[in-house]
Write a protein that binds this ligand. Structure first.
Ligand code: PLP
Length: 379
């Protein structure tokens, strides 16, 4: 069987059949013709809110990457998450890992309150406690994020999935920070994988997209998500899908370089006198290191957080002195980005005021060290 790396590099072997171009064509049409018998000229191509050939090709590549039977591309990561979670019904129980991407938590809280879905937010720092809560609550859905953003916590997909199976719950894993290059959650027993494809799957800060992959496409929650996407028009645009295919072709090499840079920076940051702690799954000092070693293959990701010594003012002074590395939200791009999450999340989430989240890009690592060193001079 052809390796996924080869499939990605060749965009699944797609060419432009009309011209012989080795790049898949972009088809922006929002509607597709029928023949004289009123049959669709090309089966499946009807109207742009349901499907698009570029979206279909990108979805196939993502199925190959995740080992999924089906995947759905959405106009953002949040659109993918909300399409899945909104399949829950009144009276269902949802267990949401706490300390994950704040946008997910905020939307899920509002949704569950308005739709009378029982929501339990649980810290996954202690796996035994987390598994007991799952076992006792008999949820319809468990939603985790590993490594989590910005706490960089790793949770054990295999252990959670075994408990979910024993109590009839579905397990969804937001694997944005790991990417399918490092972890394939479906192989560890998850039912659904979600990515903000805005992040490393696209990796160039120029596409907003999300994907939901399923182990079984007939799964009720997946069928509902597909219907939700089609009826509400949350499908990814054709140009964005085309750009995403272009980006997926280099995903593997981008990830290698980003992981290499992140590992080196994490070790280096541990030695800096202005740093109180570094959170990165690849560090032996990290509390999720053993889980990450079992679950992540070929690297530990591009996302790390560190605490600067002192308080919020020290962290903001550091941020103000950064040159080169952009002060900007988001992650997973070829250029490194730094963010002061407390400013974004406020006091609500418990995000430490001295935490800096760093999304490590593919730059020369010596430049990244020099830029960080200069900013540490401000503390
Ligand atoms: C882990 C994670 N999941 C989901 C999302 C939401 O994705 P999007 O911004 O594409 O809607 C984000 C955004 O930062 C994220 O970091």
């Amino acid at each position: 069987m052809t390796h996924w790396k080869t499939k990605l590099a060749r965009a699944g072997g797609a060419i432009d059949p009309k011209t012989g171009g080795v790049v898949p064509p972009l088809q922006p049409s929002t509607t597709f013709v029928r023949d004289e018998n009123y049959e669709l000229l090309i089966a499946g191509n009807s109207y742009g809110r349901d499907q698009n050939p570029s979206v279909q090709l990108a979805e196939q590549l993502l199925c190959d990457l995740e080992g999924a039977t089906a995947s759905l591309l959405f106009s953002s990561g949040m659109a993918a998450i909300s399409a899945l979670v909104s399949g829950l019904k009144r009276g269902d129980t949802l267990i949401l890992q706490s300390g994950i991407y704040w946008g997910t938590t905020a939307w899920v809280r509002r949704f569950c309150q308005e739709r009378e879905v029982r929501l339990l937010e649980e810290d996954a720092g202690n796996m035994d406690t987390f598994l007991k809560v799952v076992h006792d609550a008999e949820p319809r859905l468990v939603f985790v994020e590993t490594p989590s953003n910005p706490w960089i916590l790793s949770c054990d997909i295999q252990a959670i999935s075994a408990t979910c199976k024993a109590c009839g719950a579905a397990l969804a894993v937001d694997s944005t920070a790991a990417s399918p290059v490092l972890t394939r959650p479906l192989d560890h027993g998850a039912d659904f994988v979600i990515h903000s494809a805005t992040k490393v799957l696209n990796g160039h800060s120029d596409v907003l997209a999300g994907v939901l992959c399923a182990a079984r496409q007939e799964d009720d929650l997946f069928v509902r998500a597909a219907r939700e996407r089609s009826q509400t028009g949350a499908l990814l645009g054709s140009f964005e899908a085309w750009l995403l295919i272009r980006s997926l072709r280099t995903l593997d090499v981008r990830m290698s370089r980003m992981c290499e840079n992140a590992m080196e920076l994490a070790r280096w940051l541990e030695d800096q006198t202005s740093v109180e702690a570094v959170w990165y799954p690849g560090l032996a000092s990290h509390r999720g290191h053993e889980i990450a070693k079992r679950q992540m293959h070929g690297g530990f990701g591009y996302l790390l957080s560190f605490l600067v010594k002192g308080d919020k003012e020290n962290a903001l002074a550091f941020m103000s002195r950064l040159e080169g590395i952009h002060r900007a939200t988001s992650l997973g791009s070829v250029e490194s980005l730094a963010e002061h999450r407390h400013t974004i999340e406020g006091d609500l989430t418990g995000c430490p005021p001295n935490l800096i989240r760093l999304s490590v890009g593919i730059e020369a690592v010596e430049d990244l060290k020099a830029e960080l060193s200069k900013a540490f001079g401000a503390i």
